[in-house]
Design a protein around this ligand. Structure first.
Ligand code: GLA
Length: 387
């Protein structure tokens, strides 16, 4: 047991909730694990296969232990974990700090240590811990309880706290021991939702870093309106284009958010695969220092719907992200003076376009780029001498 590197970089994986909600079962999970390998997602860095809510029976057993639903998981969780591990992947599960989960299955309140032991026996590597039916106790106490239980259960289990950003979570969650924390309400498969969640976290990003990352919620990339739950996706709200999904992914990468895929990875199209496996964007997200980005953009002419995010990378490179969340094409400009690189330094930037994966030339003094509505550009730059 050596959990000192859990959460060093933002966790990456797949979670059942967005697409399958309560319709989850052993077959879907196994096929998704296979797909994670076959589609190249694992090679790109994704490793956790996570079952969200609705996996258990409604009652604990006579010893007070959680039990999997034998109709959904006939081989049992241990066998499923073994299967996932045999593929070189990691296994995640879900519980809640209240007596019930959000979908009214048993939660872990007052059973934290027993449940952590059960998860360890099953071979769980990741626990998402929700906030429904929360007793009238401060959230930090409830998350500390489970964090202590997990750290003492005999197995390394990454703790993914999920209190939707309540109680100023960013200010105390790191001290509980959680490696990631949901900072937002539930994402929906719509541009409006992506945009709302994205913009809501910019002012809080400096709280996020190695060993405790701000989780802006699971990705909706590639869902195209497919979910068993009408709240997450329905024909009224589902209007995302591949560009919307690409900007969503690029923003989550720049913000160091965990990358938990929510679409059906058994049947991804090429555009979805291309977005989710963009190694240049993933490299920015997984940079070993986990340094949070900074924001440049507030001014009356450039309100917060279009802006720059800048991230310092461990090898000296700088990631520059130009985001246009507005509904109009915009010209975004960045004075290099504002990132600390005026021409008087004698330096300029050699840029690589991470979204289109091609060289983007040399920038000095200023960058001006036309960014289409809902689109973005992410440049990975090296500092070089001005000629
Ligand atoms: C909450 C969480 C979601 C999901 C559901 C499951 O709404 O925020 O991510 O886990 O519960 O019921």
């Amino acid at each position: 047991m050596d959990n000192k590197y859990l959460g060093l970089t933002p966790p990456m994986g797949w979670n059942s909730w967005n697409t399958f909600t309560e319709d989850i079962n052993e077959e879907v999970v196994k096929k998704s694990a296979n797909a994670m390998i076959e589609s190249g997602l694992h090679d790109a860095g994704y490793e956790y296969v996570v079952i969200d809510d609705c996996w258990s029976l409604k009652e604990r057993d006579k010893d007070g232990r959680l039990q999997e639903d034998p109709e959904k998981f006939p081989s049992g969780m241990k066998a499923l974990a073994d299967y996932i591990h045999s593929k070189g992947l990691k296994f995640g599960m879900y519980s809640c700090n209240g007596p019930l989960t959000c979908a009214c299955y048993p939660g872990s309140f007052d059973h934290e240590f027993t449940d952590a032991e059960t998860f360890a026996e099953w071979g769980v590597d990741f626990l998402k811990y929700d906030n429904c039916f929360k007793p009238k106790i401060d959230g930090n106490i409830l998350y500390r309880r489970m964090a202590m239980a997990l750290r003492n259960c005999g197995r390394d289990i990454l703790f993914s706290a999920c209190n939707w950003g309540a109680e100023n979570v960013e200010t105390w969650i790191r001290s509980t021991g959680a490696q990631m924390y949901r900072s937002t309400v539930d994402i929906r498969d719509s541009w409006q939702s992506i945009k709302q969640l994205a913009l809501s976290q910019i002012s809080k990003i400096s709280y996020s870093g190695s060993y405790c990352f701000n989780d802006i919620d699971m990705l909706v990339v590639g869902m195209y309106g497919k979910s068993t739950n009408q709240f997450i996706a329905n024909s009224e709200i589902s209007k995302c284009t591949d560009i919307d999904y690409r900007t969503h992914f690029a923003f989550w990468c720049m913000m160091n958010s965990p990358l938990m895929i929510g679409c059906d990875i058994r049947s991804m199209n090429e555009a979805t695969k291309k977005t989710l496996t963009n190694r240049d964007l993933i490299a920015i997200n997984q940079d070993i220092e986990g340094r949070s980005p900074y924001y440049i953009g507030s001014s009356p002419e450039a309100p917060r719907e279009y802006f720059w995010m800048i991230k310092m990378l461990s090898n000296g490179d700088i990631a520059l992200g130009a985001f246009n969340f507005s509904d109009k094409d915009r010209t975004l400009s960045l004075q290099l003076f504002d990132i600390g690189l005026p021409v008087t330094t004698g330096k300029c930037l050699r840029a690589y376009d991470c979204v289109n994966q091609c060289d983007a030339g040399v920038f000095s003094e200023i960058i001006v780029d036309k960014i289409k509505a809902h689109d973005c550009k992410i440049f990975r730059c090296k500092i070089q001498d001005l000629k």
